[in-house]
Design a protein around this ligand. Structure first.
Ligand code: ATP
Ligand code: MG
Length: 416
């Protein structure tokens, strides 16, 4: 037997309705905020992620699924959705049509990680990108959208916000970080020693306990914001308050990707511990230029669908049950089953949810099966019914039966 690869999961037919509910709710919220869907390829040129995600990030240094295709090109399975959306935005000249360009996607993403609960090698994201608007009000709208979705799904989450400034304020902050970490270098993990040299901000994102302990007393970025970034952060806080969104400032949030500027945020579930970050995002004003477009501000976020489902499951959020057949048509013998097949075809043309027997079960076993499916009615066709051109229809909830002519069945079930 061949097993599923480590860190991946099947969505079984019996569970798919949960995914459809979360995805359907996300699409609904996207519509309320005037977002249109974008679909980009599952694989891109490796360079897109090296430049777009950042070559000092964990994703690029350790987690990418990269391979050479038969044409000897370096290809990478998308580890996140933003880089592809930005590439498409530039390549399709979307900057010259109406701005802001507001879009969302639901996509698989691939990262070679150590699999744990809520941490997979193939996972799925609902992501949002808004291109062209620079004001903090747009950041607040992205946060409001995520908040609306999470609340609609019944999640209890806490919102943490931070500003990581612009390249100007970051230069001063990086210097301060280096001064702070220099005496602690021996206590840091191997990766953090490299981060110290290449991108000190990344030190704050380390998940090793020893590093986290040292990080706790590192200087705060908020003390190093330039006046413009400071004003932007103030405006964001004002907008969040006016939209009645509770938040906490966490100066330790720097996010795992290199391209963020100014606002960054995370929604963390208060009901589970590890892997509690269900949604994260921020502003990335430098990315479009980095990937070859004209300078253009942007803001976005991504929510991990598996994590949303785990939290919903653990906190007992009720997901509406999938639809059940309106009618199950049971046939007594081969001829009756033929009639059941013909009737089912006709009823489905009228948009009715109908099931019939495919396993040559007895009528008794068909009743049992119909009950298991949750069918509202069972229409039985025996020899007499077949001769008279009608079925004996039983309502499963009340147990009452009545005779319904084959010709009247579509109308009979239309509003059941
Ligand atoms: P973490 O700090 O947990 O590794 P991250 O910063 O790498 O998360 P992002 O790149 O911001 O995550 O991705 C956005 C969201 O996607 C996360 O908040 C999370 O819900 C989800 N996510 C990220 N990596 C995984 C994974 N390996 N498995 C499942 N979900 C994931
Ligand atoms: Mg990660």
């Amino acid at each position: 037997m061949i097993n599923i690869p480590k860190g991946t999961k099947d969505v079984l037919p019996s569970d798919a309705y949960k995914w459809q509910y979360v995805e359907g709710t996300a699409r609904e919220i996207a519509k309320l905020f005037n977002l249109k869907e974008i679909r980009t390829p599952v694989f891109e040129h490796t360079e897109l992620f090296q430049r777009g995600v950042g070559d000092t990030t964990d994703i690029v240094t350790k987690e990418m699924y990269t391979f050479k295709d038969k044409g000897d090109r370096s290809i990478t399975l998308k580890p996140e959705g933003t880089a592809g959306a930005v590439r498409s935005f530039i390549e399709n000249g979307m900057a010259s049509s109406v701005l802001p360009a507001k879009m969302y996607y639901i996509t698989p993403a691939f990262r070679y990680e150590r699999p744990q609960a809520g941490r997979l090698r193939e996972f799925h994201q609902f992501g949002v990108e808004i291109f062209g608007a620079k004001g903090a009000q747009t950041d607040a709208e992205a946060i409001l959208m995520a908040d609306t979705l999470l609340k609609k799904l019944g999640l209890n989450v806490k919102l943490y916000v931070n500003s990581i400034g612009c390249p100007t304020c970051r230069a001063a902050y990086n210097k301060a970080l280096k001064e702070f970490f220099a005496p602690h270098l021996d206590g840091l993990c191997y990766d953090c020693k490299t981060r110290f040299e290449k991108n000190p901000l990344r030190l704050l994102d380390c998940k090793e306990d020893a590093c986290k302990k040292i990080n706790a007393s590192a200087p705060s970025i908020l003390q190093y914001l330039c006046p413009e970034c400071e004003a932007h952060f103030e405006e964001l806080k004002y907008c969040l308050t006016s939209a009645r969104i509770d938040y906490e400032i966490d100066p330790r949030i720097v996010r795992g990707l290199d391209y963020y500027t100014r606002s960054v945020f995370e929604f963390v579930s208060t009901s589970i511990g590890a892997q509690g970050t269900v949604c994260a995002g921020g502003r990335y004003d430098g990315l479009i230029e980095e990937l070859g477009g004209n300078p253009m501000p942007a803001v976005g976020f991504a929510a991990g669908i598996e994590r949303l489902l785990i939290v919903m499951d653990q906190t007992g959020v009720e997901i509406p049950a999938p639809a059940v057949p309106t009618v199950y048509i049971a046939g007594m013998d081969a001829d009756c089953r033929k009639k059941a097949f013909e009737l089912a075809a006709a009823l489905r043309k009228n948009g009715l949810f109908v099931e019939i027997d495919h396993m040559e079960r007895s009528v008794k076993a068909q009743f049992k099966y119909a009950d298991k499916l949750g069918a509202k009615y069972v229409a039985v066709i025996g020899g007499n019914e077949l001769a008279e051109g009608k079925a004996n229809v039983k309502c499963m909830a009340t147990g009452e039966s009545e005779s319904v002519a084959f010709a009247d069945m579509a109308a009979y079930f239309q509003h059941k």
